[in-house]
Design a binder for this molecule. Structure first.
Ligand code: SF4
Ligand code: SF4
Length: 331
């Protein structure tokens, strides 16, 4: 798969500052060694976050990555973070199903110009999609900020006026100044809202809620974006899912909670749908750590977040991204 001398982008989430559950740098280092020993030129890659935090600019992300253990000195390969100022490839999404309004995805050219892409994904829960694995890493992690926000439009928080006591916390916390208090009532300037969810997470009174169906809809969008990232790229991608530190929340969260099962291991596939399906099945067959969650299989992580996390998989399969059928070969 790796051509001699070809560049290999190793795409992974290097963790928000304060998160301790992301993929351990030593595993990235091992993959770097494997790529180099196979004749490839590896580099680690991620895109800036589309919401406020310690990864929302290149420099902040590089600083956070270094603090989390990802630097050239530790992983033995360049660490590259891209943003929308970098060259982007615009990939049209012509094959659309159901309610997806996403017409295109912008993907860093650095990624698409690589000879191969290895997608390293930490399998864990996710507040908006139930679980996050290879498809989430592709559809949200491999695209521009603009494309991330275009997807997140489907989960713009809804104001729940009956629960609001006018405390003003969300107004102070909104990173874009989209909110203001008028006569003790919250008003939002929708054009300024980037659907970051800060108001929802910070409100002490459930004054903001996710729109009904938005968790499933976001998964549909992610599957479409994933199909765009891989368009014309088949046969040059590999997916490594780390089923360890399976916590309820994603690597963007700090803290992200305690594991709900014991570590299982690593799944590799050339098919992101099969990799995610196998990962979810392994999680559902594992004993739950007593007291860690009241949710039960099937779809343990989806149940924690009150969604059906298989939507991203079934949509991706319909779009030809991969297949839900797999054969597990222990090594
Ligand atoms: S933080 Fe919640 S309760 Fe306070 S003003 Fe905003 S919506 Fe209302
Ligand atoms: S209104 Fe809420 S979701 Fe929109 S930008 Fe402000 S904090 Fe983020």
């Amino acid at each position: 798969m790796i051509p001699n001398g070809g560049t290999v982008a190793i795409k992974l989430h290097m963790g928000e500052l304060g998160n301790i559950r992301y993929i351990r740098p030593i595993f990235a280092r091992k993959i770097v060694d494997i790529v180099r020993n196979s004749g490839g030129k590896p580099f680690l890659l991620d895109t800036v976050a589309s919401y406020p935090g310690e990864r929302d600019t290149k420099q902040k992300y590089l600083n956070t990555a270094a603090k989390n253990g990802f630097a050239e000195a530790t992983v033995d390969a360049p660490v590259v973070i891209t943003d929308d100022e970098d060259k982007l490839e615009v990939i049209p999404i012509r094959n659309r199903i159901s309610e997806c309004q996403l017409r295109q995805a912008k993907v860093p050219s650095l990624l698409r110009d690589s000879s191969c892409i290895l997608v390293l994904s930490h399998v864990k829960g996710h507040d908006l999609t139930g679980f996050g694995g290879a498809l989430k890493n592709l559809g949200m992690g491999c695209v521009s900020t603009e494309t991330k926000r275009a997807q997140h439009l489907v989960n713009m928080p809804q104001f729940n006026e009956s629960a609001c006591d006018g405390c003003g916390v969300c107004v102070d916390e909104c990173p874009t100044g989209a909110l203001k208090l008028v006569s003790e009532r919250v008003k939002r300037e929708v054009s300024k809202c980037i659907s970051c969810g800060t108001c929802l997470f910070k409100c002490p009174s459930h004054g903001w809620v996710w729109p009904p169906g938005s968790k499933e809809k976001l998964q549909v969008y992610i599957a479409h974006a994933a199909s765009a990232v891989l368009a014309g790229y088949k046969g040059r991608t590999g997916f490594v899912n780390f089923i360890q530190d399976v916590v309820p929340h994603c690597d963007c969260a700090a803290p992200s909670g305690e594991p709900v099962i014991q570590d299982i291991g690593i799944v590799f596939s050339f098919d992101p749908v099969a990799a995610d399906k196998a990962s979810l099945d392994l999680i559902d067959r594992a004993p739950i750590i007593p007291g860690s969650t009241s949710a039960m299989p099937p779809d343990l992580l989806g149940k924690i977040h009150r969604t059906d996390s298989s939507v991203q998989l079934t949509t991706a399969e319909k779009l030809g991204v991969g297949t839900l059928k797999y054969e597990m070969v222990p090594v």
